[in-house]
Write a protein that binds this ligand. Structure first.
Ligand SMILES: CC(C)(COP(=O)(O)OP(=O)(O)OC[C@H]1O[C@@H](n2cnc3c(N)ncnc32)[C@H](O)[C@@H]1OP(=O)(O)O)[C@@H](O)C(=O)NCCC(=O)NCCS
Length: 209
């Protein structure tokens, strides 16, 4: 069991999951715009299962997909974080950086800001060698976040095994960033400046599920 990692940026708090996050998370996961590049929206039960799984990862390893709140209002805006894909993928084993924000919070740079902070955690605190990210080819907004935070398109597109053969979302792109690349990049300087500040003042009430 490792120490819980929570962190913050200028505008965001990246926190372990609490019961107050569940309702807005479930609401986000039934929005067709948010779920445009997924096979289907998530039911309330699936949302609850995701949160339980991430709580267990926080309890076990100290990191996972963080619940993201705005510092200014305390509103839940979505998740940004690090995860180990459950499925075997052509480039497994790997740690993935990912994000999903409620529609009302797009277009304000929150995903980019939070993801930069997560890279700092990945490379400075967890000392990972590499982080990957992937999405279906037409997910332009997600690819733009990957590029803004310094990941490079490997050109190694692959068929995601969770989607049925022939499905329009099955072809995926793969982006990567190594720790060495990150250290020598402007992204790391921005992250070090803005982010990865530990977040104090919250009691860890994550149950070990
Ligand atoms: C992927 C997703 C998080 C990207 O959201 P986003 O709002 O495009 O990304 P950011 O939060 O980084 O914001 C960038 C936008 O804010 C603008 N912006 C405003 N202020 C900014 C700031 N301070 N810093 C950076 N960008 C800023 C940028 O110009 C950019 O504008 P654009 O809409 O013209 O592209 C969002 O589309 C989403 O949740 N999609 C559904 C879930 C999903 O597909 N997840 C990925 C699965 S792999």
């Amino acid at each position: 069991m490792n120490a819980l990692i929570e962190h913050e940026t200028d505008r965001l708090r990246l926190l372990a999951w609490d019961d107050r996050h569940l309702a807005p998370f479930a609401a986000m996961n039934v929005d067709p715009q948010v779920m445009r590049y997924f096979l289907a929206p998530q039911s309330a039960e699936q949302s609850r299962a995701s949160v339980l799984a991430w709580k267990a990862q926080f309890a076990e390893q100290g990191w996972s997909n963080w619940a993201v709140e705005l510092k200014s209002s305390g509103e839940f805006i979505g998740f940004i974080g690090l995860s180990v894909p459950r499925r075997q993928l052509p480039f497994s084993p790997c740690v993935e950086i990912g994000w999903r924000l409620a529609r009302a919070f797009w277009g304000r740079g929150f995903a980019t800001e939070g993801a930069r902070a997560c890279l700092a955690v990945a490379f400075e605190q967890l000392a990972l060698d590499e982080v990957v990210s992937f999405t279906s080819l037409p997910n332009r907004r997600s690819r733009a976040v990957m590029e803004r935070i310094g990941l490079r398109d490997t050109g190694q597109d692959f068929e995601h095994p969770a989607l049925p053969p022939g499905h329009e979302l099955r072809p995926h792109c793969l982006y990567r960033l190594t720790r060495d690349e990150w250290k020598s990049s402007a992204a790391s300087r921005a992250a070090a400046h803005h982010a990865a500040a530990p977040c104090f003042g919250k009691v860890d009430d994550t149950p070990s599920t």
